[in-house]
Design a protein around this ligand. Structure first.
Ligand SMILES: Nc1nc2c(ncn2[C@@H]2O[C@H](COP(=O)(O)OP(=O)(O)OP(=O)(O)O)[C@@H](O)[C@H]2O)c(=O)[nH]1
Ligand SMILES: [Zn+2]
Length: 375
């Protein structure tokens, strides 16, 4: 019997161009066809399947699961199982297990790479392989911000994807570029770093090389970093709306309103959603450890295993700062991200929250008592 769910060879190659592979195939329920989510609406998704684009309503099961935990909601980049209801009418029956995901709030990745946590997380993008962290060599009157790179690289690791730092607008900073690249490499150990000037056509091919057919990327970075310009250059066409920098303050503006899963001509995909554009710092404690692997390594030589590198005796990290081996800026950045990560965790972890409330009550009591005892 020929079923409507058969996918021919040309369909398979179209699917693999979208990132489909054996791992996803193994998770596909019987009697369904695979598709990738290109955009989500309330209760429905625009998807790309082997035979083209479809509009698919969420099944009752998907809606129930999402009501319980929003992480179960389909998001851009998800691979999903479609069931044919009637000629041309599909239902989105299941979200296939995500390989990577950008989650905002409340949820973190467990040791097996799955998602855990009891907070109200929201998945911003899924199954992203490469995370380009775009930072302009120079932007208005500011130089590249190493702290922002560290933050976004940590976020990239946390997603499960592979970060690649792209220093954009290299043409604006010829002189300092070698030093800058060395600083960036030190700020993101184990991460590839490239300089790009789209205006001069330099470095674009190198970055393009990370996106063969079927690989999916996001580009993170501040507004005006040149993200859209870079994607358009990689595409060889205008696939993203770029913003002319406003006269006067030299800053770009958010203008991208369009499809959210972009297939580059010649292969590779780019996810660009409003959420990904606004991504800041969410749950990222693992990511912080990884981006500060050098500090982690030094910390093994601290006298106390739980050393906070904050004036404890025998602290190898402080010693490294004093001897000049570790830039002081980097330790300051570590403090800051560590605090933020702890705060994010505290905010979303009910148990920890209760414990902190208790702690604060005790502290407040102490304060009140010491105030009372004041002469
Ligand atoms: N000098 C120089 N300017 C660039 C380069 N690439 C991009 N720009 C300029 O930077 C400005 C912002 O570029 P966009 O690509 O719109 O930046 P974006 O990161 O997508 O910005 P948002 O959409 O606001 O997030 C534009 O005026 C670009 O022409 C480059 O290689 N060199
Ligand atoms: Zn220490």
């Amino acid at each position: 019997m020929s079923s409507p769910v058969t996918t021919g060879t040309s369909g398979i190659s179209r699917l693999s161009a979208l990132g489909w592979d054996d791992t996803f195939a193994a998770a596909l329920p019987g009697g369904t066809v695979p598709a990738r989510v290109a955009r989500v609406d309330r209760g429905a998704a625009e998807v790309a399947a082997a035979d083209g684009p479809h509009h698919a309503q969420y099944s009752a099961r998907v809606r129930r699961a999402a009501a319980e935990n929003p992480v179960a909601l389909p998001c851009v980049g998800d691979w999903v199982a479609l069931r044919l209801l009637a000629e041309g009418r599909y239902e989105l029956e299941a979200v296939l297990p995500r390989r990577t995901s950008f989650v905002r709030g409340g949820v973190s990745r467990d040791s097996r790479g799955g998602l855990s946590g009891d907070g109200q997380g929201q998945v911003l993008a899924a199954n992203v392989d490469v995370v380009f962290v775009a930072e302009p060599a120079m932007h208005a009157t500011d130089f590249a911000d190493l702290g922002r790179i560290e933050r976004l690289v940590a976020l990239a690791w946390e997603s499960g994807g592979t970060p690649v730092v792209v220093i954009t607008k290299a043409d604006l900073f010829d002189q300092g570029l070698p030093d800058l690249l060395a600083d960036v490499a030190a700020a993101a150990p184990g991460v590839d770093v490239h300089a790009v000037s789209v205006h001069r056509g330099e470095g674009v091919e190198t970055v393009r090389g990370y996106l063969p057919p079927g690989r999916t990327a996001v580009v993170l970075g501040p507004s005006g970093a040149g993200k859209s310009t870079l994607v358009n250059a990689m595409a060889g066409a205008e696939v993203m709306v770029t913003q002319q920098v406003r006269a006067g303050d030299g800053r770009g503006r958010h203008t991208t309103v369009h499809r959210e899963l972009i297939t580059l001509p010649g292969g590779g995909l780019v996810i660009d959603t409003p959420g990904i554009r606004r991504i800041g710092l969410y749950d990222m404690s693992d990511g912080v450890d990884r981006v500060f692997a050098d500090i982690d390594e030094l910390a093994e030589r601290c006298r106390f295993s739980d050393c906070g590198h904050n004036g404890e005796p025998g602290c190898a990290v402080i010693e490294a700062v004093e001897s000049g081996d570790l830039p002081e800026r980097r330790l300051a950045s570590w403090y800051k991200l560590q605090r933020e990560a702890a705060w994010m965790a505290a905010r979303t972890d009910a148990r920890l929250r209760a414990e902190q409330t208790r702690k604060w009550k005790i502290i407040h009591k102490e304060i009140r008592r010491s105030n009372r005892n004041r002469p």
